[in-house]
Design a protein around this ligand. Structure first.
Ligand code: SF4
Length: 121
């Protein structure tokens, strides 16, 4: 039986979870304080995902780089490919928080969005 211990990162409480596979595709999760814990643990076992917080080049702004993030978590296994695309992005001020800087990243249906407003310099 496969068993794994992990820290839930859904909220700052950080419950220590234990997940065990009882049968193919059936999991037993303990250590959670709320129902989001088991869902997080099962996702980590089956399809771990992460939000990518990073920056892209911005022109004509007071700073050289604009903070951005994926609007939703993407599969961990695709982070390297995602960064290869994000690293090529150059945007131009003005940009508002929430503006899309990459549409449909890797065909995942998930955008990369600005997390800060930057006016034109
Ligand atoms: S199980 Fe619930 S309370 Fe515990 S860290 Fe996860 S989200 Fe927070």
């Amino acid at each position: 039986m496969m068993k794994k211990e992990l820290t839930c990162i859904v909220c700052p409480i950080g419950c220590q979870l234990t997940i065990a596979e009882k049968a193919a595709g059936a999991y037993d999760v303990t250590g959670h304080t709320c129902k989001r814990g088991p869902q997080y643990a099962i996702n980590e076992m089956t399809n771990p995902t992460r939000v990518i917080p990073t920056t892209v080049v911005i022109k004509n702004a007071m700073l050289p780089r604009l903070p951005v993030k994926t609007a939703e978590p993407i599969p961990k296994g695709q982070i390297f490919d995602a960064m290869a695309i994000i690293n090529q992005v150059v945007v131009e001020a003005p940009i508002k928080t929430g503006d899309v800087v990459v549409k449909d990243l890797l065909g995942l249906g998930i955008d990369v969005v600005a997390t800060r407003t930057m006016d034109k310099n």
